[in-house]
Every structure is written in structure tokens, then in C-alpha cells.
Design a protein around this ligand. Structure first.
Ligand code: G3P
Length: 216
């Protein structure tokens, strides 16, 4: 499973990349707005840190403008992935970029049929939003399962990018199902290592070693 971080925080990206945990980065208009940074500048910076896919989302809702914005974004760096909304215009734009070998990420996917459309449009990634489905009382993980089954049935190459991840359990479940990628907030990635028995074990080893009177 590839790990993407869902952030435009350059310090976080750098730190996690140094740990070898970042295969790619996803952003969206809310993340960019929250970062307070210039959109194109920050995407360029991220692409210098991370060699894998870096999703940058178009704001346009109409096809022609999506092509214009997506083309501008794709020129920032080779690893920019043009993120497009799950609309007919977005899917048509997805087809346009796929045909030109520019990576695409169709976002705001909330049903398996939508994921099927993204695959038909040649998307590199589809982003099903687990957390937002959970938020309205549905089972976000069921969507990941359905998409995995459908894509495997037909050997679609579109990668499942589990998004809107809120906690480590989401990552575990998505990994068990076989999502290709999980994009997560840095905080959630950091939580993956936590286990009380690990902490207790380290304390115990250090205490015993202190009594052993030895050096390495
Ligand atoms: O980047 C898309 C997605 O991961 C957003 O997550 O937490 O805003 O639902 P969230």
C-alpha cells in the first residue's frame, strides 16, 4: 500500500518524507486555503520534496476551464496529478488528460458506480471519501470493498486512493481490502506506530539494561 499525505504543510511533508513514509501527496482547495500559501508555489515546493504523485485540484466546474487549469497545473512538475471532480465535465477532462499521459485523480467519489465511471475515463486514481460517508452514518469501508471487487473483476488499472481517512483503523481496513493508496493527515500517519506494549517493552528493556552494568 502506498502512503500519501493529505496536506500542504511543507514541514510535515519534509519530516515524514525523511522517515521514508511518503509516496505521494494530495491536496484539495480547502487544504490549500487553510495553508495560506500560494497554490502553484506550494505545489512546486511539494514536488521538489516528493518524487511521487502530487495531486493539485482544479477549481473550474466547466470542461474548457478544467483543461486550462489542469494544463497549467500539470506544467508545474512532471509528478503533478491533475485532480478533477466527479462530474461529467470532470470525467471528460479526465479522459483528455489520460490520453495525454498526464496523471489524474478523480475526487469526491461516493459510490461504486462513480468509481466505475472514473475507471472508464482512464483515471490514474479514484478517491473514495471514507470519512465523509461515515459522517452521515454510512459504511465508508463498504465502498472501498465494492470498488476493489469491481476493479479486480475487470482488471481496471485505476488505483483506489482511499481518502478522507480519519483514524488508523481506516488505514488498516483499507489495507486489508487492498486499496492501492491511502491518503491521510500527517497526524494519522504518526498514530500508526502507537502501541502501549511497545512503550512498556522499551521501558522494561532499558530498566533491565541499566541493572546489567554493561555498555555497547
Ligand atoms: O483530500 C481529500 C480528502 O482526503 C478530504 O478529507 O477529512 O476533508 O473529508 P476530509
Amino acid at each position: 500500500m502506498q502512503f500519501f499525505v493529505d496536506t500542504a504543510d511543507l514541514n510535515e511533508i519534509r519530516e515524514l518524507a525523511d522517515l521514508g513514509m511518503v509516496d505521494g501527496v494530495t491536496t484539495n482547495p480547502s487544504i490549500i486555503a487553510k495553508s495560506g500559501q500560494d497554490f502553484k508555489k506550494v505545489i512546486k515546493e511539494i514536488c521538489l520534496i516528493v518524487k511521487g504523485s502530487v495531486s493539485a485540484e482544479v477549481i473550474a466546474t466547466k470542461y474548457d476551464q478544467m483543461i486550462e487549469e489542469g494544463t497549467t497545473l500539470s506544467k508545474i512538475a512532471e509528478n503533478v496529478t491533475v485532480k478533477l471532480p466527479m462530474t461529467w465535465d470532470g470525467l471528460k477532462a479526465c479522459k483528455y488528460f489520460s490520453e495525454r499521459e498526464i496523471m489524474t485523480n478523480v475526487t469526491l467519489c461516493f459510490s461504486a458506480n462513480q468509481a466505475l465511471l472514473a475507471a472508464k475515463a482512464g483515471a490514474t486514481y479514484v478517491s473514495p471519501f471514507i470519512g465523509r460517508l461515515d459522517d452521515i452514518g454510512l459504511q465508508g469501508m463498504e465502498l472501498i470493498k465494492d470498488i476493489r471487487d469491481i476493479y479486480s473483476n475487470y482488471m481496471f488499472e485505476t488505483q483506489i486512493l482511499a481518502a478522507s481517512i480519519r483514524h488508523p483503523e481506516h488505514i488498516l481496513e483499507a489495507a486489508k481490502i487492498g486499496a492501492d493508496v491511502a491518503t491521510m493527515p500527517p497526524k494519522t500517519l504518526r498514530q500508526l506506530i502507537n502501541h502501549p506494549l511497545t512503550d512498556i517493552g522499551i521501558d522494561m528493556f532499558l530498566k533491565d539494561w541499566a541493572n546489567a552494568n554493561q555498555k555497547i
